[in-house]
Design a protein around this ligand. Sequence first.
Ligand code: C5P
Length: 246
Amino acid sequence: MNKLDSLEARNGVLAVIPAAGSGKRMGSNRPKQFLRLDGKPILAHTIQAFQDCTTVHAIVLVAPPDEVVFCREEVVEAFGLNKVIEIVPGGLRRQDSVRAGLEALNEVYQWVLIHDGVRPLIDGGFIDQLVSCSKLYRAVAAGLPAGETVKEVNDFNKVVKTHDRSRVWLVQTPQIFRYEDLLEAHRKASQEGWGDVTDDASLIERLGIEVTLIRGSEKNIKVTTPYDLAMAGFLLRYDETSPRAG
Ligand code: C5P
């Protein structure tokens, strides 16, 4: 029997938003996803983008274990984010949190979108584009071609390799997968101890499934430091259709 047979299958797209990090690099006493951007928690901006997307059917939010109530009352209910059907406590590593989100329901959707809670400037049109791409490709992630030269170093910061920049992309979220693929990848990763990864596409690659990258946006930054927070405040008002330099 297929191990997923016990789960009810639903058509459509579920978004899982991992937001269970502690945000130490921000140097604040609140996790960065709860800091305010334009008077509203960063996480509320992020969820709002998925709430407003007609291609997204439901949302599972993964919160720090001691912030589940705060997330429910001050983020989800306070901003009327009623597509959030479950709020679950996260784990120690990002991948543990994503897995908790994937395992939270008694059903599997056809597709699952994963998006970092700390990328509040994600654009709804881009989410729709990614969902359309998932009909063509089995696994799709947002990314940007590297604008700077990428060098690999050893433990002493000595360069051991310079990568061909024309082949290097910096990968973001959102990423979209077949739910069953991602669940299988996460379960195998933990059963077989695949080690730490920084995104979900890495686990899918390890399963031998091809991942396609599509061009995301420079605006879709991950808010990690006080500098990023200031930048996000600026970018919130920045119109990407304005003329570019150069
Ligand atoms: O900074 P990092 O890339 O680890 O965080 C990306 C996203 O993953 C953030 O939204 C963060 O809250 C989330 N995360 C999580 N559980 C962890 C670590 C990070 O949900 N244990």
